[in-house]
Design a protein around this ligand. Structure first.
Ligand SMILES: [Zn+2]
Ligand SMILES: [Zn+2]
Length: 150
């Protein structure tokens, strides 16, 4: 189940709709992202991790990322890399997607800003300490009403 969020700028009214979490097609997305990552389309680092842990897996949930430098907001698959706690575990068994209780985090994926190339920050929630500012005017963004997605 995923969530739709709207980010709204209090100052100029700019709004941005985002889909977070995962939808009904999660397994398909996960397979696709895993294939891409294995082939190195998401960076050399992930490709190497899959070589080292062939039965590892990535998190393909959509997260919200924010670039404080140029105020780009992006919604991307997390791509954090996990390895099974049991090294003999066969990931091919996961018809309904991996049970994440059986995995542990190896490395968080570093998302780079599509606008300026600087590292982006994962936004867990909107707080005053770590605000997300409007790409248009720089005002603080607020979340609108969450909507269920799927
Ligand atoms: Zn604004
Ligand atoms: Zn940027």
């Amino acid at each position: 189940m995923g969530m739709g969020y709207t980010l709204v700028c209090k100052k100029c009214g700019y709004s941005r709709h985002l889909f977070l979490g995962c939808g009904m097609m999660y397994n398909e997305v996960l397979r696709e992202k895993t294939e891409e990552a294995r082939q190195g389309q998401h960076g050399e680092r992930l490709r190497t991790l899959f070589e080292r842990y062939p039965n590892g897996c990535i998190d393909a949930m959509n997260n919200l990322y924010y670039c404080p430098d140029c105020r780009t907001v992006a919604c991307e698959s997390s791509l954090d890399f996990f390895k099974p706690k049991d090294p003999a575990r066969d990931a091919e068994d996961d018809f309904f997607g991996p049970d994440m209780d059986e995995f542990e985090l190896v490395e968080k994926h570093q998302h780079l800003c599509p606008g300026c190339g600087n590292p982006m920050r994962e936004v867990m929630r909107l707080t005053e300490n770590e605000p997300v500012n409007c790409p248009e005017c720089g005002g603080a963004m607020e979340s609108g009403h969450p909507l269920l997605w799927d």
